[in-house]
Design a protein around this ligand. Structure first.
Ligand code: PGA
Length: 263
């Protein structure tokens, strides 16, 4: 499976900065067809960034939204629906821990978002992850991690799986994002490759329950303080197929260094 690298710009950049960033990343990606890249700018910049992305299109560069609302349309001031993204973006991040925490999104709402995304042919990147930081011992030797210490990501995945049909489940992309590892800028430290792989293995086992062999086709990404120095440590793991990058995607130089580090 081709590695998938997703840039989540969150609520950062001015329009001018976003344009420079988008163009800079695109220019640097001409020679990196070994990976697929998705840029997720803030909503107001999707149209101008789409112009950058779609002009002399690179076959491995795509656009994504950072969120959608869980209803189709209607009187929901300030919200953006899946069908508004269709045609502009091909991916959408759903259930990011910042949305679960700051906006109290429930598993039910997140599952509805996933369904709406799929119904509008957007590929949903479903974020799951635990708040509890594992011990240093677990991080270095995750062979012993018990289901209990990673119950949260497994439950978050289960909540979505149980309302999706098998056909819908096949369209999922999972991002394992341990909450304690997000944002090196705020002092967080990344997981280890071994630990992230162990949790991704448990997530994949859960997918096998419902999808059987087809579970191998579901990409599982790692996110949380990814940088050029640790990118390959994650993408070399058996159960991981890519990265979701926040802070380091805000500068073309650091993001492209990550893209190049992934082989
Ligand atoms: P980070 O963010 O790379 O800044 O840790 C990742 C994310 O929240 O998607």
């Amino acid at each position: 499976m081709k590695p998938l690298i997703v840039a989540n710009w969150k609520m950062n950049t001015t329009l001018a900065e976003a344009m420079v960033l988008g163009s800079g990343i695109k220019e640097g990606l001409v020679a990196t067809a070994h990976i697929d890249v998705v840029l997720c700018p803030p909503f107001p910049y999707l149209v101008p960034i789409a112009e950058v992305v779609h002009h002399h299109r690179l076959p491995h560069l795509f656009l994504g939204g950072q969120n959608i609302f869980w209803k189709e349309e209607g009187a929901y001031t300030g919200e953006v629906g899946a069908k508004m993204l269709k045609g502009l973006a091909s991916y959408v991040i759903v259930g990011h821990s910042e949305r679960r925490r700051c906006f109290h999104e429930t598993d039910q709402e997140i599952a509805s978002k996933v369904r709406l995304a799929l119904a509008h042919r957007l590929k949903p990147i479903l974020c799951v992850g635990e708040e509890r930081r594992p011990t240093d011992h677990e991080l270095l030797d995750p062979s012993e991690i018990a289901g209990a210490s990673v119950r949260q990501p497994l439950e978050e995945l289960e909540a979505v799986l149980k309302i999706l049909s098998k056909e819908e489940q096949k369209g999922l992309i999972i991002a394992y994002e341990p909450v304690w590892a997000i944002s090196a800028r705020a002092g967080a430290k990344p997981a280890t490759g071994l630990y992230a792989d162990a949790v991704a293995g448990l997530l994949r086992r859960q997918l096998v329950h419902t999808l059987g062999e087809r579970a191998a086709e579901i990409p599982i990404l790692y996110g949380g303080s990814v940088a050029a120095e640790n990118a390959a440590e994650f993408t070399h793991q058996a159960n991981l197929n890519g990265l979701l990058v926040g802070n380091a995607s805000l500068h073309s130089r650091s993001f492209l260094a990550i893209c190049r580090a992934v082989v």
